[in-house]
Write a protein that binds this ligand. Structure first.
Ligand code: DX5
Ligand code: ZN
Length: 225
């Protein structure tokens, strides 16, 4: 049976109170903390870097003191130098967009050599072709169901077919690879995304847009069954 994971994106949190926001969403049941890094170059927006990741790391644990993984989504180019900084800042998983790196295989190795799990991210109009040469190396596939750069956009339905494709590739590989989906995930569509084969769900505005984070996370889990 699938272990579903919910990864709230702090892109939609209150940046003036980020530490408390991370704590609150973990108390609400977050499995991972999704950390969206934007550089105003690869995407037309600017967020936060390794120093903020390092500052949040001590807050990324449950009340019982269990560490909650920090899931870093790099929307930056170039990739390698900052990926290394994020590994040192406490990232547990680092994903990047293949078209943002001149040497995808090298970037994956650079991340893994720091003892961090590595993922590849696919934009809505990008095929999964590069997986033919990288599936054996990675720990996570992240399918974008919006164009990267902003929270609060609508889910692009063609992502469902790509999720199905990715699920087939993962199952055929027999490897333990997480299939994460990012963008426009809400209580009312999370079940469809899971049915397509996803096991890990990023949600920003759906969670941080409500005052009762736990209410939303509970409803998502209920929908996942
Ligand atoms: C978009 C980011 C997403 C974003 C999702 O570039 O990668 O993680 O925060 O936000 P929602 O859930 O609001 O679509
Ligand atoms: Zn993201």
């Amino acid at each position: 049976t699938t272990t579903y994971r919910i990864a709230p994106s702090i892109l939609s949190a209150d940046f003036a109170r980020l530490g408390e926001e991370v704590k609150s969403v973990i108390d609400a049941g977050a499995d991972w903390i999704h950390f969206d890094v934007m550089d105003n170059h690869y995407v037309p927006n600017l967020t936060f870097g390794p120093m903020i990741c390092q500052a949040l790391k001590p807050h990324a644990k449950t009340a019982a003191g269990v560490a909650v993984p920090i899931d870093v989504h790099l929307m930056i180019s170039p990739v390698d130098a900052l990926a290394a900084s994020f590994a040192e800042a406490g990232a547990d998983l680092i994903s990047f967009h293949p078209d943002a790196s001149g040497h995808v295989h090298r970037s994956i190795q650079a991340i893994k050599s720091k003892g961090v799990k590595a993922g590849l991210v696919f934009n809505p109009a990008e095929p999964l072709d590069v997986l033919e040469w990288t599936l054996d190396e990675i720990d996570l596939i992240l399918i974008m169901s919006v164009n990267p750069g902003f929270g609060g956009q609508s889910f692009i339905d063609s992502a469902l077919r790509k999720i199905e494709q990715a699920r087939k590739l993962i199952d055929a590989s027999g490897r333990d690879i997480r299939l994460e989906v990012d963008g426009g995930i809400k209580v009312d569509n999370i079940r469809r995304v899971a049915d397509a084969g996803a096991d890990t769900f990023v949600a920003g505005s759906a969670i941080f847009g409500k005052s009762d984070y736990k209410g939303v996370v509970d409803q998502m889990r209920l929908a996942l069954g």
